[in-house]
Design a protein around this ligand. Structure first.
Ligand SMILES: C[S@@+](CC[C@H](N)C(=O)[O-])C[C@H]1O[C@@H](n2cnc3c(N)ncnc32)[C@H](O)[C@@H]1O
Length: 218
């Protein structure tokens, strides 16, 4: 469901303690911001932030960042994160096309793409977040042992993503067309959209990919 516009969302976000407004200043300095050298995992298109709130509690030894381009869901996400009391979590109001303004090469250890918009019309394929130009950016920003995790309900986005990953030098090392009945089901942390689609009886597609021959960044 689309959220009602909140005219104060920008102001509330910029002043929220877990929201990072000066992301350009943090580029290359995220570990200093978190005050530790733990790995940094980034969820791209975090929505209302259910995954981040749960993941940051389950894995306190990871630093978690949610990137979202729409203010209203991100504000809800930041409030959800605040309720956890966790310090290993931050929120970034940013369009993914500008990811390189916020992160330095090799700075990220994992990207999550959870239920990204499938952009089903063929003429919109370059907007899909697994289009090759995006994949090249993710590869640059990943650390040498970094990886990318994707979950989706869309078989067409999944197939497109597999093709693009293979075309751009990634190695798919885990894969399932029914995550909830796979070996990865037990440790899976669900997102809002995932629960919605799984509740309708739809299978969840999953993959984990690493750049071929590792990554030379960092
Ligand atoms: C379908 S929702 C999924 C939300 C959440 N990841 C989940 O699984 O419940 C996709 C989210 O990605 C965000 N998004 C789409 N394109 C984006 C972009 N270019 N930059 C940042 N966020 C984006 C949308 O605003 C939306 O909140």
């Amino acid at each position: 469901m689309r959220l009602r516009r909140n005219p104060k969302a920008i102001e509330l976000l910029t002043t929220h303690s877990l929201s990072v407004a000066d992301y350009e200043d943090q580029k290359g300095n995220w570990k200093e911001l978190f005050g530790n050298s733990h790995p940094i995992y980034v969820e791209l298109g975090t929505g209302k932030g259910q995954f981040l709130a749960k993941a940051s509690t389950t894995y306190p030894e990871i630093n978690w960042i949610g990137v979202e381009k729409i203010q209203e869901p991100l504000l809800l996400a930041a409030r959800k994160g605040e309720e956890t009391g966790n310090e290993n979590i931050r929120y970034l109001w940013l369009d993914i096309v500008k990811l390189q303004e916020a992160f330095a090469p090799g700075e990220i250890d994992r990207f999550y793409l959870h239920f990204s918009d499938p952009w089903p019309k063929t003429r919109h394929y370059k907007r899909r977040l697994t289009y090759r130009d995006f994949l090249e950016v993710y590869k640059t920003l990943l650390s040498p042992k970094g990886d990318l995790i994707l979950k989706t309900d869309s078989d067409s986005l999944y197939q497109f993503s597999v093709d693009e990953l293979q075309e751009t030098g990634w190695n798919i090392i885990e894969q399932s067309s029914d995550l909830h009945h796979s070996q990865w089901a037990e440790t899976n942390i669900t997102t809002e959209y995932e629960e919605k689609f799984a509740g309708l009886g739809m299978p969840i597609y999953y993959l984990r990919a690493v750049p071929d021959e590792g990554n030379t960044n960092g």
